[in-house]
Design a protein around this ligand. Structure first.
Ligand SMILES: Cc1cc2nc3c(=O)[nH]c(=O)nc-3n(C[C@H](O)[C@H](O)[C@H](O)COP(=O)(O)OP(=O)(O)OC[C@H]3O[C@@H](n4cnc5c(N)ncnc54)[C@H](O)[C@@H]3O)c2cc1C
Length: 281
């Protein structure tokens, strides 16, 4: 199928992209791995597409001690190869297929906000943010939106018409932390039926902090802070109770609830093992 007609804009500078977006309120085209199928299936019919692929300043990937900032044109594959954040790298290996990861962008995945997607869960777990820009009064203005405010519903984010998400920041886990990402999908590369990422921090006394974020069991990533809990079966029961999964043709709600408990326990155990090893190293 072909997409409905649209006017195509290909700005070369960030300011130009934002001016066009402010004027036409069109859809941003990044990797196109979700947007183009949606256009072809006529699930979206924007009058204007603003292709950001020529805006070179959006390609930066900056890693520091505090974490990693990923520009809006950094592809999944590029971030995966850079390997600059243990949990982001783990999550990226689970996103779709290599061909899709060669074009799809990290920031595009966040804005697309699919409830079953991996990267929104990672951003929520780590307490990261998305930097959003707009053209306002003849200049660029920016705001940082933290993960809990960014994901507003299934396939909905805080990016408003006329705005562009310019980068995302994924904080580094605290020293002595291990991370894990566990998921189940029906076929390799499909969106997961449910997924759980975890970060566990270990100190001299044992587990000092444990936290999980779940994908596929609610309209937005579900974050459960488990404090210093180190009984992983009890922790998994808390996660199961907090989940609000829905049933669909792929899995019943009851199955997803069971699955999220199993995955949470597995992710917490693996993250704790890695955290303990990191301390010993
Ligand atoms: C077969 C298949 C399997 C997939 N499996 C998975 C999976 O397992 N896990 C997963 O997470 N994803 C999966 N995806 C989705 C894939 O990861 C997409 O690439 C990603 O969701 C969107 O990134 P993109 O750069 O392609 O965005 P696009 O398709 O270009 O855009 C998607 C949406 O986000 C908006 N947008 C994108 N970037 C910006 C920006 N910088 N500012 C404002 N708005 C923006 C667009 O306007 C559009 O509404 C799959 C896709 C396919 C086709």
């Amino acid at each position: 199928m072909k997409p409905p007609p649209f006017e195509y804009h290909a700005p070369r500078e960030l300011g130009e992209a934002l001016r066009v977006l402010a004027e036409v309120r069109g859809k941003v085209l990044a990797g196109g791995q979700s947007l183009i199928p949606m256009l072809n299936m006529r699930l979206a019919a924007p009058e204007h597409l603003v292709d950001i692929n020529r805006v070179a300043s959006l390609s930066a990937l900056e890693a520091g001690e505090r974490g990693v900032r990923v520009g809006a044109l950094v592809r999944h594959a590029e971030a995966e190869r850079a390997g600059v954040h243990p949990l982001v790298t783990r999550a990226l290996k689970l996103v779709a297929h290599p061909v899709i990861r060669n074009r799809g962008t990290v920031v595009g995945s966040l804005v697309h906000a699919d409830p079953a997607a991996e990267l929104p869960a990672v951003l929520a777990l780590l307490g990261g943010h998305v930097r959003v820009a707009r053209w306002d009064g003849g200049r660029i203005t920016e705001r940082d939106v933290s993960a809990p405010d960014f994901f507003t519903g299934p396939m909905e984010s805080a990016v408003e018409p006329g705005e562009l998400a310019v980068s995302a920041f994924f904080p580094a886990p605290a020293p002595g932390s291990g991370t894990a990402f566990e998921e189940v999908s029906r076929r390799h590369g499909d969106y997961a039926l449910a997924g759980v990422c975890a970060v566990v921090t270990v100190d001299d006394e044992g587990v000092s902090a444990a936290r999980v974020a779940c994908a596929g069991v609610g309209p937005v990533p579900l974050v459960v802070d488990l404090g210093g809990e180190d009984d992983w079966a009890a922790a998994a029961a808390r996660v199961r109770d907090a989940a609000e999964p829905e049933g669909d043709i792929h899995a019943t709600a009851a199955y997803r609830r069971h699955l999220v408990g199993v995955l949470a326990e597995r992710a917490l155990r693996n993250a704790a093992r890695e955290g303990a090893a990191a301390r010993g190293a």
